[in-house]
Design a protein around this ligand. Structure first.
Ligand SMILES: *Cc1c(COP(=O)(O)O)cnc(C)c1O
Length: 235
């Protein structure tokens, strides 16, 4: 991927996101784009930084470790969007600016302990499982109220800013859209119970217009910006 292609892709994605906002009667300034740089190396990320991007989503902490060294001069905010094992809490507490894949109590407590040691706080989104596929991670929707209450009461290093989900991988737009709608409804219900959850991270390269129609405040875009990922075994 050369720099010209990257610039063209980025402009095209921004234009399509703006278009989806207008189609949904929303102001384009309400929806931000999180570029997902997983599997692309530090040089590609550096080229994206040259376009003015400074937040990047990664699904493996090891990749953040590998890239953050050579890119230390870029002031990048690394966002964890993939399934996290609790033994990665230490690296996350040091390297990540945000975690969008917080999906269970054990992980929240491991992160909270490490963040206390590091003396810092972390923005988090709670990942909820709205898709039926077994392979998808996320907190079961029914567990969300108790989980949010627990975080508010016991994990003050975690600043919960909203919810995240991955929709079903389906050709049926109604099924995909139902996942996004469920996330918004769960957010609205939590807000009614007193939680402050302005952000909804939902939608990827293949389904972001539906997510925007259902209220996404942030779409996570990989392949439409960076091109096809090299290894299918490493999605
Ligand atoms: C890879 C990934 C994305 C981006 O996917 P694309 O289809 O390449 O846009 C978004 N969210 C998560 C959690 C991912 O792992």
């Amino acid at each position: 991927m050369d720099h010209l292609h990257l610039a063209a892709n980025w402009a095209d994605v921004r234009r399509r996101v703006d278009e989806a906002c207008r189609a949904a009667g929303r102001d384009p300034s309400e929806v931000s784009i999180l570029p997902v740089s997983k599997t692309f190396d530090a040089d590609v990320v550096r080229a994206a930084v040259a376009l003015g991007l400074h937040r990047f989503g990664e699904n493996k902490v090891q990749e953040i470790r590998d890239k953050s060294g050579p890119l230390a001069d870029c002031g990048i905010a690394w966002v964890v969007i993939g399934h996290l094992q609790t033994n990665k809490a230490k690296d996350v507490a040091r390297l990540a600016s945000e975690v969008q894949s917080l999906d269970r109590l054990e992980l929240a407590e491991a992160l909270h302990r490490r963040l206390q040691l590091e003396g810092r706080r972390l923005d988090v989104l709670v990942q909820v499982k709205t898709a039926r596929e077994e392979s998808k991670h996320g907190l079961p929707p029914a567990g969300l109220p108790a989980f949010l209450d627990h975080l508010a009461a016991h994990c003050d290093t975690l600043r919960v800013r909203g919810l995240m989900t991955l929709a079903s991988h389906s050709d049926d737009p109604a099924e995909v859209r139902a996942c996004f709608r469920q996330l918004r409804e769960l957010r609205d219900a939590a807000v009614a119970r007193g939680h402050d959850l302005p952000r909804l991270s939902m939608g990827m390269s293949g389904d972001f217009p539906l997510a925007i129609a259902e209220g996404a405040t942030e779409v996570r875009i990989g392949s439409a910006i960076f091109g096809r990922r090299p290894a299918p075994a490493n999605p």
